[in-house]
Design a protein around this ligand. Structure first.
Ligand code: UDP
Ligand code: MG
Length: 322
């Protein structure tokens, strides 16, 4: 039976949480009136997670196993799951450690049925250490300030997206993926639903500090031009300072006659040329940015609706490339 909804869960060395995960998902699917599939993606686990997925998917057709050839990282594993998902209406993305309660599926789906395309979960509070919480919250606030898309605060990958959003995300070929940013970039009607993030059922976090840092960089560099703008502005600022310094020195020299010889000219030249060099780097950066955004191959825009020949309807091609 073709599933209405796919639940995508990436798993990396999740041997300990596998049992509880399947139990919760079975209980959920048993009570839902429509067909649901669960896409379990093994992200190159080194424990027996892949075997567990294989056994589950072989014995229960509601489970759909995708075993990656190596560890590609969480964002890519979710991408693989979304590509494999067959749900005709929507895809629910959850973590495999049960931190995201799959039972919210019904509430999320109600929003999808009401015309929303993205229902993202907003963490009411985190049950992680103070330091991690602080790092997360700072990162999201910085990103919100410097990004050119509106990425909601305190929302992660836990979300439900409609079939058309899945199709669009599957057509976004960018290599360094920041799914929550891509999801926001697409647009349509999006809504946040608050929830309390649970603790991991078992095992330890699989995201290392390095992986988190990479994710943060992907967010900043894929969804903000700020780093390059910052170089240009700093350069312009230095040039401004140099000019003010020049004027001040000339005034001192010709009005008061109190300028030390040699030193002033040197300082002026250093500040001026540092500024010019920064500006030049920033200008090169602007070209690199343009190449970067072009190379990402994102569609230029996403069409929500088209009204033509006196009738309104979904556009024939949802995505229009250049
Ligand atoms: N995960 C993955 N590949 C990785 C790292 C993590 O598929 O390289 C999965 C992991 O198994 C879990 C989810 O991504 O289902 C979230 O990871 P984790 O719980 O470590 O992250 P946290 O909840 O600490 O942000
Ligand atoms: Mg987790």
């Amino acid at each position: 039976m073709t599933p209405l909804i796919s639940i995508v869960a990436p798993l990396y060395n999740e041997r300990e949480s596998f049992g509880p995960l399947i139990e919760r998902l079975n209980a959920l699917m048993d009570k839902l009136p429509y067909p649901v599939e669960v896409v379990l993606v093994d992200d190159g686990s080194r424990d027996n997670t892949a075997d567990l997925i294989r056994l589950t998917a072989l014995s229960d057709p509601r489970y759909h196993g995708v075993l990656l050839a190596r560890n590609f990282g969480h964002q890519t594993a979710v991408t693989a799951g979304m590509a494999a998902a067959r749900g005709t209406e929507a895809v629910l993305i959850i973590d495999g450690d049960l931190q995201d309660p799959p039972e919210l599926l019904e509430e999320f789906y109600a929003h999808i049925q009401n015309g929303y395309d993205v229902v993202y979960a907003v963490r009411r509070k985190r049950k992680e250490g103070v330091l991690k919480r602080f790092a997360y919250s700072t990162f999201y606030r910085i990103l919100k300030n410097i990004s050119y898309v509106d990425i909601p605060l305190d929302s992660g990958d836990f979300s439900m997206v409609s079939r058309r959003v899945v199709d669009i995300m599957n057509k976004m070929p960018e290599e360094s993926r920041f799914l929550r940013g891509m999801r926001s970039w697409i647009g349509f009607k999006q809504i946040g639903v608050e929830y309390e993030r649970s603790e991991r059922v078992a095992g330890v976090p699989k995201y290392s500090f390095k992986m988190l840092r990479r994710l943060a960089y992907n967010g900043i560099f894929n969804f903000s031009e700020f780093p390059v703008k910052f170089i240009i502005r700093t350069g312009a600022f230095a040039i401004g300072i140099a000019l003010i310094y020049l004027i001040q020195t000339l005034v001192k020299k010709y009005v008061f006659g109190t300028v030390p010889q040699g030193f002033t000219a040197l300082l002026f030249v250093i500040i001026l040329f540092s500024g010019i060099q920064l500006m030049a780097l920033g200008i090169i950066g602007e070209y690199v940015l343009r190449v970067f955004f072009q190379v990402k191959g994102r569609p230029l825009f996403v069409v929500r609706e088209e009204i033509k020949d006196g009738a309104a309807g979904a556009p024939e091609s949802m995505i229009t490339y250049k």
